[in-house]
Design a protein around this ligand. Structure first.
Ligand code: FES
Length: 162
């Protein structure tokens, strides 16, 4: 009789501990999932946002610069066309040309050199024509890509892919 009662108590204790065990496992699983999410979400955001942004910026076909960005005659303005550096040159006669400022050799950013009247790449001494963007000296294998430049009626400088 005493043994039967003891067995019954052990059985009840075993039955009681089963839900506790399941509850404990579920709790541990939930906490683990929260930790994993807390770590994974910022990593996902870090990795995905720049990729999405750069894809959107790379798809840009036209940008407008405000009139106050107009470079003085004989000077140039460096700016970003989407994600790429670009170079807007205003010649002495007021005409403007705009080029992708990424050197066609190994991708350094080129600079306008007004005194020498050319576009220069400091990495390996590449030289481009300041009117056409044509590669004239040094290692660059191709001309700079040219953008179209227009000044709108409201003075905005509109630069678009040619
Ligand atoms: S990267 Fe411009 S000359 Fe080499």
């Amino acid at each position: 009789m005493a043994n039967e009662s003891q067995d019954s108590n052990n059985e009840n204790a075993a039955n009681d501990s089963m839900p506790r065990r399941i509850f404990f496992k579920a709790g541990v699983g939930l906490v683990g999932a929260c930790y994993a999410g807390a770590i994974a979400y910022p990593v996902y955001r870090y990795l995905s946002t720049p990729a999405r942004q750069s894809a959107a910026l790379a798809a840009i076909k036209e940008i407008s610069l405000p009139p106050e960005k107009l470079p003085a005659a004989g000077t140039a303005l460096q700016f970003l066309f989407g994600t790429r550096p670009a170079l807007l040159i205003r010649h002495e006669d007021g005409t403007m040309v705009c080029f992708d400022a990424v050197c066609t050799h190994l991708g350094c950013t080129v600079q306008f050199q007004p005194k020498e009247k050319h576009i220069h790449c400091a990495c390996h001494g590449g030289i481009y024509d300041m009117n056409t963007g044509k590669n004239v000296s040094g290692p660059p294998p191709k001309p700079l890509k040219q953008y179209k430049v227009e000044v709108a009626a409201d003075g905005q400088i509109v630069i678009s892919r040619a």
